[in-house]
Design a protein around this ligand. Structure first.
Ligand code: NAP
Ligand code: MG
Length: 464
């Protein structure tokens, strides 16, 4: 695959400061497809300087003009959608159909939404005898994971640019090629030099340097809880703004009045999509005891359609494959029962894991408490609605969830009692404007839509 051997800093591709590189591997066949430079603190420093230099002019650019540049960026993402999909498939392993619709498609919606929001948002409000100015926070350090390589980038960069901030991005080491394509799109869209900068590299080196850099005003991170905690602590010590999106263990609550077959099949699709590498996936399905056996039979039938290598891709790397297989073994050791799948890898080559469904899972088992990040679903039994609520809320996470019932009001009444940032009612559709983010240890802050934009603004009040 095509790759740049430098960093995108100050509007051009520049040689990296050090000699080290990162090998990019296709997880479907384990072949090295490219190398990118492994950035150092020196590269990060150059990128932050470029972003600082570009900040005053970009912050002062009228919102309508910022909107026009983001609209141009959106158009480039549309024009290059096939190349984007192929690149995501090559470095993440996602089936091409998924790469086209989701990995290349969703960022177009999100970039488009911020082109509109930049133009329509009120960056000024009146409160009594005051005028409140909503001003850009400054230089943003964005650190993104590999699970949705382009979406995770656009969900941070588009609102930051709409707000008038400038950005330095450190993408995941596993998916740097999509990030390089995004930098090309930024360039083609005519964003001024330094408004967006890219440093590829390793988390503990380039990521750490970016999070700790004193020229960064806000760190926006998506990834594991362990790294998130560390970034939060670093930001706290420097009194710097921070946004953390840290994954979940979401509940799919099927109330007795629901359409069981539909709820189970949508629930399976939700967990198997992207090989289960979705932080908001409903990895715990909660079913009333009277419907439990029927739900297991429906789940077994539904999961059979998810064939590894066809509808389900591999996991991103060997480490994640081992980690997920380890969780499946742990589930068996703790007494859960396999309805489908298991720890054996379905193919010799490629980092595949068998789509796996567990029955007889209790709320306190490891597989019902920890984020697995693979194609693994646990089906739990509840006695009554109070029991379902206790189980649903019984983890440290609170990112997403679903409720199914015969009528919407019944589902909404349950959803109101859930400790979680978003709930899909009877299979509600994705809304790119709805705030996305977590309660409890799922994170701090919100992405997408106007709520996502406000994360990149700070207020100044003028009294008259
Ligand atoms: P991760 O290490 O937290 O990676 C997220 C990002 O943070 C990557 O860009 C990573 O760089 C960077 N990073 C790592 N260590 C850092 C440090 N000390 N300072 C600054 N940045 C740092 O996550 P992972 O290892 O890829 O995945 C592990 C688990 O995290 C998964 O199994 C899953 O449970 C969870 N996860 C959650 C999400 C989500 O959407 N919330 C996404 C991915 C993973 P490198 O790529 O070089 O490590
Ligand atoms: Mg990592």
């Amino acid at each position: 695959m095509k790759a740049h051997d430098g960093m995108y800093i100050g509007g051009q591709w520049r040689p990296a400061a050090g000699p080290d590189t990162i090998a990019v591997v296709n997880p479907a066949d384990e072949q090295v497809i490219a190398h990118v430079p492994a950035g150092t603190a020196e590269d990060v420093d150059a990128a932050v300087r470029a972003a600082r230099e570009a900040f005053p002019a970009w912050a002062a650019t009228p919102p309508a003009e910022r909107a026009a540049r983001i609209a141009a960026l959106r158009d480039v993402l549309v024009a290059r959608k096939d190349e984007i999909a192929e690149t995501v498939t090559a470095e993440l392993g996602a089936p091409l159909a998924l790469s086209r619709t989701v990995h290349a498609g969703v960022p177009v919606l999100v970039a488009g939404s911020y082109a509109e929001l930049a133009a329509s948002y009120s960056f000024e409000e009146r409160i009594g005898n005051s005028t409140v100015l909503l001003e850009p926070v400054g230089v943003v350090g964005a650190i993104t994971p590999w699970n949705y390589p382009l979406h995770q980038v656009v969900a941070k960069v588009a609102p930051a640019l709409a707000a008038g901030c400038t950005v330095v991005l450190k993408p995941a080491e596993d998916t740097p090629l999509t990030a390089q394509l995004f930098a090309e799109a930024i360039h083609e869209a005519g964003l001024p030099a330094g408004v967006f900068n890219l440093v590829t590299g390793l988390g503990p080196v380039a990521g750490q340097a970016l999070a700790a850099h004193e020229g960064v005003d806000l760190v926006s991170f998506t990834g594991s809880t362990a790294v998130g905690r560390q970034i939060g602590a670093t930001a706290g010590a420097a009194v710097k703004r921070v946004a953390l999106e840290l994954g979940g263990k979401s509940a799919n609550v099927i109330l007795p009045s629901a359409d069981l077959a539909k709820a189970v099949s949508v629930g399976i699709a939700n967990v198997m999509s992207n090989s289960g590498q979705t932080c908001s996936a409903w990895t715990r399905m909660l079913v009333h005891r009277n419907q439990y056996d029927e739900a297991l039979a429906l789940a077994a039938a539904a999961v059979a359609k998810y064939v590894p290598g066809e509808r389900v891709g591999p996991l991103v790397n060997a480490k994640q494959q081992q980690r997920v297989r380890g969780y499946i073994e742990k589930g068996l050791a703790e007494g859960a029962r396999l309805v489908a799948g298991g720890p054996e890898a379905p193919h010799e080559t490629g980092y595949y894991v068998s789509p796996t469904v567990f029955a007889d899972v209790t709320w306190d088992m490891t597989i019902a408490q920890e984020e697995i990040f693979g194609p693994v679903l646990s089906i739990l039994k509840y006695e009554d609605e109070e029991d379902a609520l206790r189980i649903a809320n019984g983890t440290v996470y609170g990112l997403a969830g679903a409720v199914w019932a015969a009528d919407e009001a019944e589902a909404v009444a349950f959803a109101r009692r859930m400790d979680t940032g978003q709930v899909d009612i009877n299979g509600g559709r994705f809304n790119p404007l709805a705030p996305f983010g977590g309660y409890k240890q799922s994170g701090v802050g919100r992405e997408l839509g106007p709520h996502g934009l406000s994360e990149y603004l700070q207020t100044k009040s003028l009294q008259f």
